[in-house]
Design a protein around this ligand. Structure first.
Ligand code: G1P
Length: 292
């Protein structure tokens, strides 16, 4: 069966990033680097690898630096070129004209609202969502969204990435009520946002990667506030279960929750240990440091 291709992805980047204050007072949290690439760059690379053509950034006040980041760095490029310096580090950072769209979420009403803000740009086609502070690291060329698109090509409908975590951490996430499992696919029978401790239907959470059918926008239009008094994407998705196919996809790779300080530091450490120019130094330093 052939399904409508996934050409567009939404990156909700309007959040204030208060957990990283004061670092995020004047710099969007999405531009904090993991080694030497901003978090948002990894998410955009992941989307591009999955065949996404149009990147839609839902931004807010104080997030203008993200738009500049994906533009031409005119002064830097000219200066480096004049000095005969290599510009390889900027590869993938300039989005093609027309392939990047920036739109503002004017009020922090929740993730569901942020997605709904992009409804006219998404139009009548299925689309992806990537939450950039969830850093999903797959094998080169086979990132999380690519793995999900491959699954979508088989089953169509709606898919979320599905990840097992310790049960006591489920109150921070959207949680799946799982049905039958077949390989990497798990049927989604229900979804609940931030369940109270001890009430989660499973320890399978949604770590911020989605492929959704456009009908979700209609549901979001009238979606009531849910957990935390916010309009929740999870609630709108839950309303589609039973009317359309809905699956979880188990991702092969590593996940770093870069919305938390510990996860962010772990990502920096893990990635620097993979880099030829850094790994020997960092490994030796870490060993010395731990022995102190
Ligand atoms: C959001 C979603 C939640 C998801 C999580 C992943 O929550 O609402 O369903 O599991 O991202 O990080 P937030 O982190 O914005 O509270």
């Amino acid at each position: 069966m052939s399904h409508k291709p996934i050409r567009k992805a939404i990156f909700p980047v309007a959040g204030l990033g208060t957990r990283f204050l004061p670092a995020t007072k004047a710099v969007p949290k999405e531009l904090l680097p993991v080694v030497d690439r901003p978090l948002i760059q990894y998410a955009v690379d992941e989307a591009r690898e999955a065949g996404i053509e149009q990147m839609i950034f839902v931004t807010g006040r104080g997030k203008g630096a993200i738009e500049d980041y994906f533009d031409i760095a005119f002064e830097t490029e000219i200066t480096q070129r004049e000095r005969g310096k290599d510009l390889g580090a900027l590869e993938g950072t300039r989005l093609m004209p027309g392939n990047a769209v920036f739109i503002r979420q004017q009020e922090p009403l929740g993730l569901g609202h942020a997605i709904w803000v992009a409804r006219e740009i998404v139009g009548d086609e299925p689309f992806a969502i990537l939450l950039p502070d969830e850093f999903m690291k797959g094998a080169k060329g086979n990132g999380c969204l690519k793995q999900m698109v491959d699954a979508y090509d088989k089953v169509g409908g709606n898919l979320v990435c599905a990840l097992e975590i310790p049960m006591d951490e489920t109150p921070s996430y959207g949680v799946i009520d799982p049905g039958a499992r077949d390989g990497v696919l798990t049927e989604v029978k229900g979804l609940v946002e931030k369940p109270k401790l001890g009430t989660a239907p499973s320890n399978l959470i949604v770590p911020g990667r989605y492929i959704l059918q456009p009908e979700v926008m209609k549901i979001l239009e009238t979606q009531e506030k849910g957990a935390g008094g916010e309009i929740q994407l999870t609630d709108a998705m839950a309303a589609m279960i039973g009317t359309q196919a809905f699956h979880g996809v188990t991702f092969e790779g590593r996940r770093f929750d870069c919305g938390s300080k510990a996860g962010y530091i772990e990502a920096n450490l893990a990635l620097s240990l993979e880099r030829d120019d850094l790994k020997d130094h960092i490994r030796a330093f870490a060993q010395e440091e731990l022995a102190r």
